[in-house]
Design a protein around this ligand. Structure first.
Ligand code: NAP
Length: 185
């Protein structure tokens, strides 16, 4: 299975959320996420899953991590609770889509093959309340273990680059898919 981590973080602070929400609203970022993950399988933590409108994302299969074995998903045909130890058995391409605890878990333990790193260079919207959620550790690991394999691509104040694991072969088909989804608006 090829794993791709995908996030949009605040460039200076590595914040990805404030309470349950993302503290900026840039529609091209949502569209990029949709183009990349359309008809693909996602892995998310329960908090992120709860933050999706109606706890769903159309046309995507969603694997959810929760310590609560009785957690009920909104769409049992397309959404599955998965124990952490079974994630390695997933065969299809897997898009690791947050939140911070899941990025950290995957960056520490299993190192995704690719990272789609979107860095938001604007201001955090002060109207969002709640605890800041950061991915500083994951960004540190990205800089240590990955190399940037694309040029900067800036749109609406968000710089998106693709990173690949140092010293590992790159899956060209998936790289092509990522580039198409990022560059072709
Ligand atoms: N900007 C972005 O790109 C982006 C993307 C995604 C999310 N976000 C933001 O990130 C924030 C949420 O991140 P978060 O770290 O607080 O929450 P999270 O990672 O989405 O979910 C945390 C939950 O996942 C489950 N979990 C974590 N580790 C587990 C393990 N080892 N085994 C089984 N289950 C496990 C637990 O669920 P239970 O409590 O049910 O046990 C835990 O409470 C929100 O603000 C969201 O908007 C931002």
């Amino acid at each position: 299975m090829v794993k791709i981590a995908i996030w949009c973080r605040h460039q200076e602070t590595s914040i990805i959320g404030m309470g349950p929400n993302i503290p900026w609203h840039i529609s091209s970022d949502f569209k990029r996420f949709k183009r990349i993950t359309q008809n693909k399988a996602l892995l998310v933590g329960q908090t992120t899953y709860e933050s999706f409108p109606n706890r769903t994302l159309p046309n995507r299969k969603i694997y959810i991590l929760s310590f609560d074995k009785d957690y009920k998903v909104s769409d049992p045909q397309n959404h599955m609770l998965i124990p952490l130890e079974s994630v390695a058995d997933i065969q299809e391409e897997l898009y690791i889509s947050g939140g911070a605890s899941i990025y950290k878990l995957m960056m520490d333990k299993s190192m995704p093959d690719f990272i789609v790193d979107s860095a938001y260079m604007g201001q955090i919207d002060p109207s969002f309340k709640g605890e800041p959620v950061t991915i500083s550790r994951s960004i540190e690991l990205m800089h240590q273990n990955y190399q940037k394999i694309t040029d900067d691509f800036i749109l609406d104040n968000i710089n998106t680059t693709i990173w690949a694991k140092k010293g590992h072969p790159v899956d060209e088909k998936i790289l092509e898919h990522l580039k198409n989804a990022i560059y072709n608006f």
